[in-house]
Structures are given as structure tokens and as C-alpha cells.
Ligand binder design. Structure first.
Ligand SMILES: O=CCCCC(=O)O
Length: 454
């Protein structure tokens, strides 16, 4: 069995990598477990030195890594560069703040001294997706490693070269041997790794189906897990929104990364008073997007990562049209080579139509028309997902009041939803549980230990 690196523009296989046998997995887990002992003994400040060096490697090798991302999963080269920049920022951020986030906390009690200390759990298995193949791993690993955990990575099967480049980056940054390793394994093998006693905990960013599996196995073995799953983020446009600004932001929110993001805006919920104007502007801006070679500056629309994912998306569009959605633009494959899909707008979408009820992981914008803000909130929350959302209005007090009523892990007012090392990131409902980033994230994979001295 092998993992294939396939160019999404041409469909050509770039390279293949053999899947590891059980004995290799066993050796690496032993090495990583034993490296964790020494890693945990270092002070947070000592670990920060390595983390800053890793940030340096990302800055130095920015272009190589960005090309690698684009070659393997197709995103625009400029977006891939931004992804590497974010990795460097994430590493620097946790290098700087981990000592504060993990500092002992003295608590007054009946003891002569009592305190809370934050200690690592051991080795964390990170199961990561292909859509931000560097950042998603750094988002999970940088805080966990600053806390003294070691990490093994099971990456998505279509980004094996990114997976290996990540391991190489840690090595180049001078991390002690085996503190970070990439496992070249299948999803089935990952189930065995979760169960392995050398793995203390698991974090997954991926689909809901994968989330259910990982949570089940982690639960069977009583292991902590964090799940960052799918989303169908509402983008609520109120009657007093600045429509020119909002429509431009909406195009970014839906089409960046070719729409392949858990926190992309997926359901545009428009109050009737502005709906026609918004759809018109959005359509006009969408018509300016240009599909092409993702490495060219002039290209604004990349291919999707895989042809099978494009086909799934197209089937969702067709089912939605059959059930009453109307097609404003797109709805078709582009060209004969590569996983290109036309930027698509569906209007008159309502609950019960797949485009409303399911996650659309690609460049399809869904317009939902409502009478007023109350109905917008109700429909925003009428979703199995609860990852992100945004509210667009000139009245930021009203925007914040509405943000508080949206069932999601993050709600932005007049801003495109994004992750930020300073702010917690994660979802509720079927979007998962636990938080990444900020001090909430770094405390997910620690033993919050009480020390009581009489
Ligand atoms: O699929 C999820 C994408 C999240 C990207 C981010 O962390 O900004």
C-alpha cells in the first residue's frame, strides 16, 4: 500500500510513499515516548528556544513550503505563503506566551500552600487534514509541545510530502530527536495508534465521520480528545450593513482556499431589504474571479484539492437545485483537466435543501432570504454545526448582541471568521469540542494538577 501525492491541476502522480508496517510504527512510538521524558524536563523557556527556531525555519523556507502545498493540494501560491507566515507567527506566539499560560497558580485554601501546576500528558497524536496542511498541524502542535508533550502526526493521505516536510522542519529547527515525528499510516492504522498505551491523547481536525470514529476509540481507551470538525457558518447581512464592503468580504469569506475551509462562510443569510442588492454585488464580484494556474499572481481561483471532492460538491449542488434552490451562476465543472469548479451561487435556499443542511466544502455560496434579524438568528442556529459565524451591520452594539445569540464557537462582527493564536478556536454541536489556540488551547493537553501542602 502507498500514499500518493497527486497534482490537483494535472491529476498526475508526483510521488508515492509506502505505508509503514506495524514494526516501524512500534519503533517510532517507542522513540517518541522516550524523547518525551527529556522534553518535559526542559523549562518552558528552553522549549521556547526551539519553537522560535522553528518559526525561523518557516520564514527561511517559506517559498519551498508554499510551493509544496500548492503542488499537493492546489491552493493559490499566495495563500500558501500566507499559511507559512501564520505558522511562523503561531510558533513565535506560543514561544512568547507559554510561560505565562502555564505558570503555577497559587490558590488560597486550608493548606499552608496550595497551587495548580500544569504538566504535560505525554505523546499527542495529531490527525490532520489537507486543506491547511502546515497551519492546522502547527495550530495543534505548537501549544501542545510548549507544554512538554511530544507529537506524532498522521496527516491526510493526499499530502504526504507536506507531512514529511513538517518533520524535516522540526529537525532543521534543532528540536531534540523524536520530539516530533510523522507517521506514514492509513486511517485504519491510526485507530490502532489511538489505542496504543504510548499515546496519551488525540486531537483531530477533520470530517464529522472521522470525529465520531476518533471520539469512539479515544472514549473506549479513556483518552482525552479535542475535535475540530465541519462547519456551515452563517454570514448574516442586516439591513444597515455597508453592502459594498460586506459583499467584498463575503467573496473572500466564501472563496478563499477555494472554499475548502471549515470556517468559510457557507450560508449567507440576508434580510429581505438588502437581499437583491447584496446578491447582485456578490455576483458581480464573483464574476471577476479567474480560474487558472494557482502559482500565477493573476489567478484568483485555484483548483479543488481532489477530483472526487469536486464531484461530491457538484452532486450537492445538483440535489439542491432539484429541491428548489435557484442557480445564479456556476454550477458546473471547469475545463477537462484538474479539479476545477466554477464559483457558484445558489439562491432561494431554505432548510430541507442539502445546500442549507449539509456542509458544502468548496466554492459554492448559498443565499438564504429572511424577513428580519430574528428570523436570521433562528435560521443561523438551525444547523447541526456550530463552528463560526459572522454578523454584518453598521450598528456594532446590535451586532454584538446578535453574536451572543449565535450558537457557534466564534462569531465575528464585520469581520471574516479566522483563527488567531491569541483567541480560542473550536466549535460546539456537531462541529466538535475542546479549544485550540490561546491559553484555553495550551491547557487542553496538560494535567491540571493540584498540589496541597499542609
Ligand atoms: O478547516 C478549517 C480551517 C481553519 C483554518 C484556520 O485555522 O484559520
Amino acid at each position: 500500500m502507498s500514499m500518493l501525492s497527486i497534482n490537483p491541476i494535472t491529476g498526475q502522480t508526483i510521488q508515492f510513499f509506502p505505508i509503514w508496517q506495524a514494526d516501524t510504527i512500534d519503533t517510532v512510538l517507542r522513540e517518541v515516548e522516550s524523547a518525551q521524558v527529556g522534553w518535559a524536563l526542559l523549562s518552558v523557556e528552553q522549549r521556547a528556544v526551539y519553537m522560535r527556531q522553528l518559526a525561523g525555519v518557516f520564514r527561511q523556507r517559506r517559498d519551498d513550503y508554499a510551493h509544496l502545498i500548492t503542488d499537493e493540494m492546489g491552493k493559490l501560491l499566495k495563500e500558501a505563503r500566507a499559511e507559512i507566515d501564520k505558522c511562523a507567527w503561531g510558533c513565535d506566539y506560543f514561544a512568547e506566551h507559554a510561560s505565562t499560560y502555564l505558570a503555577d497558580e497559587i490558590i488560597v485554601s486550608d493548606a499552608s500552600r496550595s497551587l495548580v501546576v500544569y504538566q504535560p500528558l505525554g505523546t499527542l497524536l495529531c490527525i490532520m487534514p489537507w486543506n491547511f496542511p502546515f497551519w492546522q498541524l502547527i495550530r495543534a502542535a505548537a501549544p501542545a509541545m510548549m507544554a512538554g508533550n511530544t507529537v506524532v502526526l498522521k496527516h491526510a493521505s493526499n499530502v504526504p510530502r507536506c507531512a514529511l516536510a513538517l518533520e524535516e522542519a522540526f529537525r532543521e529547527a534543532g528540536f531534540p530527536a523524536n520530539t516530533f515525528r510523522t507517521l506514514m499510516i492509513t486511517a485504519n492504522q491510526a485507530e490502532t495508534v489511538i489505542a496504543d498505551k504510548r499515546i496519551a491523547a488525540v486531537t483531530l481536525t477533520g470530517s464529522n465521520a472521522a470525529g465520531r470514529k476518533v471520539a469512539t476509540i479515544a472514549g473506549q481507551h479513556l483518552k482525552k480528545c479535542v475535535l475540530e470538525l465541519g462547519g456551515s457558518d452563517p454570514f448574516i447581512v442586516l439591513d444597515d450593513a455597508d453592502l459594498e464592503f460586506t459583499a467584498a468580504q463575503a467573496v473572500t469569506a466564501r472563496f478563499q482556499n477555494m472554499g475548502q475551509s471549515c470556517i468559510a462562510a457557507k450560508r449567507f443569510i440576508l434580510v429581505d431589504a438588502i437581499a437583491d442588492t447584496f446578491v447582485q454585488r456578490f455576483k458581480m464580484l464573483t464574476s471577476e474571479l479567474r480560474s487558472g494556474d494557482p502559482k500565477l499572481e493573476t489567478t484568483t481561483l485555484a483548483p479543488m484539492a481532489r477530483a472526487d471532492l469536486r464531484d461530491i460538491l457538484h452532486a450537492q449542488v445538483e440535489r439542491s437545485l432539484a429541491m428548489g434552490a435557484t442557480l445564479v451562476t456556476g454550477g458546473k465543472l471547469v475545463g477537462t483537466e484538474g479539479a476545477y469548479y466554477a464559483p457558484t451561487i445558489l439562491d432561494q435556499v431554505r432548510p430541507g435543501i442539502p445546500a442549507f443542511d449539509e456542509e458544502l466544502f468548496g466554492p459554492v455560496a448559498v443565499m438564504v432570504r429572511v424577513k428580519n434579524a430574528e428570523e436570521a438568528i433562528r435560521l443561523a442556529n438551525q444547523s447541526p454545526f456550530g463552528l463560526g459565524g459572522s454578523v454584518w451591520t453598521r450598528d456594532v452594539t446590535r451586532g454584538e448582541a446578535i453574536a451572543r445569540q449565535i450558537q457557534a464557537g466564534s462569531v465575528f462582527v464585520n469581520g471574516v471568521v479566522k483563527s488567531d493564536p491569541r483567541l480560542p478556536f473550536g466549535g460546539i454541536k456537531e462541529s466538535g469540542f475542546g479549544r485550540e489556540l490561546s491559553y484555553h488551547g495550551i491547557r487542553e493537553f496538560v494535567n491540571i494538577k493540584t498540589v496541597w501542602v499542609g
